[in-house]
Design a protein around this ligand. Structure first.
Ligand SMILES: Cc1ncc(C[n+]2csc(CCOP(=O)(O)OP(=O)(O)O)c2C)c(N)n1
Ligand SMILES: [Mg+2]
Length: 368
């Protein structure tokens, strides 16, 4: 039988299989040793053929896999299910709104701080009016943003108008901050001729070319690979800008999430993946959604720089996003931010959250 030709020096540097074969051959080279059923072939030659056929290098001797730096013969170090300590949640304010450390004082003017606050209040008022309008039968559908205002304004306040936004649907505050008018929001929700979509989309499917905000699409998580691709385009154009892609904890269970992160990591796209972890995907609570350390840990597994912050702390979101933008724009790489928050309202007007969560839980998030 002809031995398979060696592809890369297994003879010079015996592989695991090669080493096994060599050990077997050494054993069989003893006088009179022969392999049963081998016809005229000596055990030594047979073992050499075996070695050649299975001739891979040992990992420690061959070209390196990128992340192989340490070897261990202790099986106890294998079958791990976490990277160690859970992610730390970055915060700036205590429960009463006091800044925890002077170095974390927000770097915004009083005027800007007031505008941030006003936009959050405006969002809540808009939500209440449009939610009631839906209940009165004036709109077919609506989704409120209650409880997540800080994730919107804290993040949007560090961006420039050149930064490209991909939203999920619960980020109306980002639009308001960028200059979307209440009239534009209402036009879209009622579906009139003045809406940029001319009434062809469901309510809440906002979009604005003027504000660099891509139109919302209903199929969950489609914005993630689109955002990675748009960020790659920004990079090719050498733009001084990044893409920000908002999504929920539930959307992170879609395959598109993983495809987008891997694409962005390998092609080094300047995109900030911003997860609003609000505890629920409609009626599915996060304890049923995943078993790992939230969404943040997934960023690390793709070698993406990742941060977790208190999503109800406007300044924490602001600081984290400022840094995230700096990394994305200057280093031209992706970043993942997981903002921990709570969905204060029903999922949408088609949902009744009292069917799956109690008032105690809701109240604990609504009181300081
Ligand atoms: C591909 C796809 N599957 C399911 C749905 C139905 N759906 C709409 S929103 C949603 C939950 C999303 O939860 P999350 O991403 O956490 O966002 P949140 O509503 O909490 O802001 C689901 C399952 C959908 N729109 N598209
Ligand atoms: Mg959610």
């Amino acid at each position: 039988m002809q031995a398979t030709p060696l592809r890369y020096g297994a003879a010079a540097a015996p592989s695991c299989a090669g080493r096994l074969a060599a050990a077997a051959a050494a054993q069989l080279r003893r006088p009179g040793a022969a392999l049963a059923g081998c016809g005229g072939t000596t055990a030594w030659a047979r073992a050499q053929q075996w070695s050649a056929r299975l001739g891979q290098r040992a990992l420690s001797e061959g070209p390196k896999h990128p992340n192989i730096g340490r070897f261990s013969s202790d099986l106890g170090e294998q079958f791990i299910n976490n990277f160690g300590e859970p992610f730390v949640t970055f915060r700036v304010m205590d429960e009463h709104g006091g800044v925890l450390h002077p170095s974390l004082e927000p770097d915004v003017s009083q005027e800007e701080a007031v505008r941030m606050y006003k936009t959050m209040v405006q969002l809540t008022v808009m939500d209440s009016i449009l939610y009631e309008a839906q209940r009165q039968g004036r709109l077919s559908f609506y989704m409120t943003n209650y409880g997540e205002e800080a994730t919107h304004i804290g993040s949007a306040s560090v961006l420039t108008n050149e930064d490209v936004i991909y939203g999920q649907y619960r980020e109306a505050g980002v639009l308001l901050w960028r200059g979307f008018t209440l009239q534009e929001a209402v036009d879209q929700c009622v579906g009139n001729i003045d809406s940029s979509d001319r009434g062809r989309m469901m309510p809440v499917h906002y979009g604005s070319k003027r504000l660099n905000f891509h139109t919302i699409s209903s199929p969950l998580a489609t914005q993630l690979p689109q955002a990675a691709g748009a960020a790659y385009a920004l990079k090719l154009q050498n733009k001084d800008a990044c893409v920000v892609c908002y999504f929920g904890d539930g959307a992170a269970s879609e395959g598109d999430f993983h495809g987008a992160l891997n694409f962005a990591a390998t092609l080094e796209c300047p995109v900030i993946f911003f997860c609003r972890n609000n505890g629920y995907a409609i009626s599915t609570p996060i304890r049923e959604q995943y078993r790992g350390d939230g969404i943040a840990v997934r960023g690390v597994s793709y070698n993406i720089k990742t941060a977790r912050c208190d999503g109800n702390d406007t300044w924490a979101v602001h600081h984290v996003m400022k840094k995230a933008r700096e990394i994305a724009v200057k280093e031209k790489i992706p970043v993942l931010v997981e903002a921990m928050t709570y969905r204060g309202g029903h999922h949408s007007t088609s949902d009744d959250a009292s069917r799956y969560r109690g008032t105690d839980e809701l109240n604990s998030w609504c009181t300081a």
